[in-house]
Design a protein around this ligand. Structure first.
Ligand code: NAI
Ligand code: AKG
Length: 527
């Protein structure tokens, strides 16, 4: 039974039905100290978090059993991605589920800021009927500068248009078509900063966005500008913001996120022009349910050998493509494992070629699985689809992925070829209607065998008696043959036998086979 630790508050409605239906054991233990987490994490296969739990390298190293970390939200800045990748732990997130809530929260903050609603409410709570101190400004006709026009930025831009604001936006990936569709003007980051009566940021916190709104940027802003940050603390330099408010350059700021959270004791909170919420952008019943469903769905998919939908440390593949390539994931893994058993020297190159139906698809998950199958037979269970490429790089194995139109009569064909100093070996597989995965070529020989647990690949001379001698030897070794195929390049020339047998063929038996007359090579293959 897989064990899941939930260390931040996640929606029970979103989470439990899915995980429990699949038989996972779910432990919800929020507010654990670092020591408690370090102590408990070795017992779990999956960890689900929001933004509070700091999943740092120390925690990841202690997580000896952990296979997957699910972040129920967008930002993954609380997870050490390289440590997770190194350890072969898949990280998934829920990028779409809270977009609407974060956009609505941004608009709520923008309007509350414009009309001093929190300040007025506080005054009223203090029994003051003050109608003079809270004169606001209208949004209509004002310019909103949006920095970062991704999922949330775009939703905010649309809502601002609904308030009859003019929107100018900067995003390095913004296209003319998207700007036109949203009805926003495109500008450089400097133009946006200079143009906005209101500025809102919706980028991740990156090297490039850290303190994007800092002392220099504040100098170029319009006097009386209002600023909103519902994205990440650190995009705005908090000290510079404080100075800009105190100097009167900035009229006010609405902040949901902070450089250090929890944010309770900061000079910004003492300024009447600052309104703030404790990182509530995604905190709605709807968003929390959807993000919990999304990460749990990926956890279930992962443990049931299906491709996940929102990988963070793997490249994501669209759902429609995923559906088409999913059946090939296991075939790729088997072919990778098969070719490893054919390797008799250090492998320098590993080539995966796709043809037929697979030709026009993003096949990167199949390549990763193929590489995983290949490296696992050699390095063991610590290799998985997350870190397989990293391991290959370290071993100096060049990995390529190619596509060709030559499918040799198959609807789809997946070929793995390895290059060693001693030569090349090759295996191809396909999915046959009704028969499932089949290995259809080994080197230049045509075969047709299911990629089953115990196989024997034998090269021999096409001479009378060779097949009988193999059969006799296996009988002496008490190894039962389930199926057997023979193929030859030409009469009396090089030939192969491909056998599936009922149990593991150990090295002694293989050596015995190799010593037989007319047998050139024998390789046991364990899939
Ligand atoms: N306050 C809260 O509770 C929530 C906060 N967030 C945060 O909001 C932010 C945006 O989230 P999404 O829209 O879902 O992400 P997204 O990935 O859809 O959009 C981010 C956009 O920022 C752009 N970008 C990257 N570097 C940039 C730069 N140097 N200058 C300008 N734009 C740049 C990207 O091209 C992308 O379009 C993230 O930081 C996320 O963590 C998200 C949900 C809830
Ligand atoms: O889980 C949360 O409430 C934080 C959401 C967030 O900041 C994000 O999704 O990036």
């Amino acid at each position: 039974m897989y064990k899941v630790l939930v260390s931040d508050p996640l929606s029970k409605e979103g989470m439990h039905p899915l995980l429990e239906a699949e038989g996972f054991k779910v432990d919800v233990q929020t507010n654990l100290t670092k020591e408690e987490l370090l102590d408990r994490i070795p017992n779990y296969d999956a960890l689900l978090v929001r933004s509070q739990t700091q999943v740092d390298a120390e925690l990841i190293q202690a997580a000896t059993r952990l296979k997957i970390i699910g972040r129920a939200g967008v930002g993954i800045d609380n997870i050490d991605l390289s440590a997770a990748t190194e350890q072969g732990i898949l990280v998934v997130n829920a990028p779409d589920g809270n977009t609407n809530s974060a956009a609505e929260h941004t608009m709520a903050m923008l309007m509350a800021l414009a009309r001093n609603i929190p300040q007025a409410f506080l005054s009223l709570k203090n029994k003051q009927w003050d109608r003079k101190s809270f004169i606001g400004v209208e949004l209509k006709g004002k310019t909103l500068g949006v920095i970062g026009l991704g999922r949330i930025g775009a939703e905010v831009a649309q809502r601002a248009k609904g308030q009859r604001m003019n929107v100018i936006a900067y995003d390095p990936f913004l296209t003319d078509a998207k700007a036109e569709k949203l009805g926003v003007q495109m500008g450089t980051v400097q133009e946006v900063i200079a143009a906005g009566d209101f500025l809102t940021v919706h980028t991740p916190l990156l090297k490039e966005t850290k303190h994007l709104l800092g002392t220099e940027a504040f100098k170029t802003m319009k006097p009386g500008v209002h600023i909103v940050n519902c994205a990440r603390g650190g995009i705005i330099d908090e000290d510079a913001l404080y100075d800009a408010i105190v100097s009167g350059k900035v009229a006010g700021a609405a902040l949901d996120v902070f450089e250090v959270e929890p944010f309770v004791d900061h000079k910004l909170l003492e300024l009447p022009q600052v309104i703030a919420t404790p990182h509530l952008g995604a905190s709605t019943i709807e968003a929390q349910e959807v993000v919990a469903v999304d990460v749990c769905d990926d956890v279930v998919r992962y443990f049931t050998n299906q491709a996940v939908k929102n990988p963070v440390n793997l490249s994501a593949v669209p759902k429609e493509v995923l559906k088409k390539i999913e059946p090939y994931l296991l075939l790729g893994e088997k072919l990778g494992s098969f070719i490893q058993d054919l390797a008799d020297d250090m492998v320098e190159e590993f080539h995966v070629t796709y043809s037929g139906d697979l030709q026009d698809l993003d096949v990167s998950p199949i390549t990763r699985n193929t590489l995983k199958g290949f490296l696992r037979s050699r390095l063991g269970e610590s290799v998985n689809e997350v870190n397989a490429k990293l391991f290959a790089d370290r071993l100096g194995v060049t990995v390529t992925e190619q596509k060709t139109s030559q499918s040799k009569g198959f609807t789809s064909l997946l070929t793995v070829e390895i290059v060693m100093k001693t030569g090349r070996r090759k295996v191809s597989g396909t999915l046959l209607n009704g028969l499932g995965a089949r290995i259809v070529r080994v080197d230049d020989f045509i075969v047709d065998v299911a990629p089953e647990a115990h196989l024997l690949f034998i090269r021999h001379k096409d001479q009378p008696g060779a097949i009988g001698r193999v059969g006799m030897t296996l009988a002496e070794e008490r190894i039962n043959i389930a199926t057997m195929q023979v193929g030859r390049a030409e009469k009396g020339g090089a030939a192969i036998m491909m056998l599936s047998v009922d149990k593991y063929v150990g090295p002694t038996s293989v050596e015995k086979l190799k010593r037989l007359d007319d047998i050139e090579d024998a390789q046991a293959i364990e899939l």
